[in-house]
Write a protein that binds this ligand. Structure first.
Ligand code: COA
Length: 228
């Protein structure tokens, strides 16, 4: 696949549905598991066979991830990778959350991070994105590219109206991603998340569907998304 995300929202189509989720089906339909091509990456829903590569990648990145992400404390075990992938597959099938494994086109077996988008309110068509990059692969622009491409998926395939990102105060690299993609800073939530023994303030950022439509051409010119 060389174009942007090519997902099918099969509203009520039980024949092609991997699993129906009655609670959300009326709003989002069933989203086919497929992958997204970006200029340098392939973003793919997780499969059982990804356990070892996720385990290796996350283990290698724990000291950086543990600064900002609540789940990243202590060692990242193989069983954690297994649980994550199982939950990720159920969440996708239920239309709750959409996690993608990031691989480079150059070195396909290498897992370079995770990028996800999920509904915070299906009724209000609002969602949130989250992400991490494998530590040795940071600073190469991979996450900007992955999030830019996930936004196509969120606004077009999931028909979201608004996507938020929440970034801990002090996480300058993540703020930079939100800024580069044209998100608007909305404010700071005080001590909203516990990471280790610390309570972190989070800045809240959002991008609306109408704004995404305005930025999309710039993303393409920057080389972050495939031409439509
Ligand atoms: C935040 C994170 C995802 C960035 O991933 P990445 O693949 O390096 O991101 P990119 O290369 O696309 O963009 C990062 C940008 O931040 C900039 N940056 C990196 N460190 C920075 C710092 N300390 N201060 C200011 N800018 C910084 C980079 O220069 C780059 O901007 P540029 O392209 O204009 O030069 C990665 O560092 C990470 O996984 N961190 C730990 C987990 C995490 O914080 N997840 C996000 C939670 S909201």
């Amino acid at each position: 696949m060389t174009g942007g995300p090519q997902l099918t929202v099969a509203l009520g189509d039980a024949a092609t549905s991997p699993v129906r989720c009655d609670r959300l089906a009326a709003v989002v339909g069933t989203i086919e598991r497929t992958y997204i091509a970006t200029p340098r990456l392939s973003l793919r829903p997780f499969r059982r066979r990804d356990i070892d590569m996720l385990h290796t990648s996350a283990s290698e990145s724990m000291s950086e991830l543990s600064r900002w992400l609540p789940w990243a404390s202590g060692a990242y075990t193989r069983s954690m990778a297994q649980t994550y992938i199982r939950d990720s597959m159920s969440a996708w099938n239920e239309g709750r959350a959409f996690d993608f494994a990031m691989r480079t086109v150059e070195d396909r077996p290498r897992h370079v991070g995770n990028v996800s988008v999920w509904f915070t309110s299906a009724q209000n068509k609002t969602g949130e994105a989250g992400y991490w990059t494998r530590t040795p692969d940071t600073g190469k622009g991979y996450m900007t590219e992955a999030v830019a491409s996930i936004l196509d998926f969120a606004f077009r395939d999931l028909a979201m109206h608004r996507v938020a990102v929440r970034v801990a105060v002090g996480n300058a690299a993540s703020v930079k991603i939100a800024e580069k993609l044209g998100f608007t800073y909305e404010g700071t939530l005080r001590q909203v998340i516990q990471v280790g023994s610390e309570w972190l303030d989070h800045t809240s950022w959002s991008l609306l569907a109408s704004e995404h439509a305005q930025h999309r051409h710039r993303y393409e010119q920057e080389g972050w998304v495939m031409p439509r």
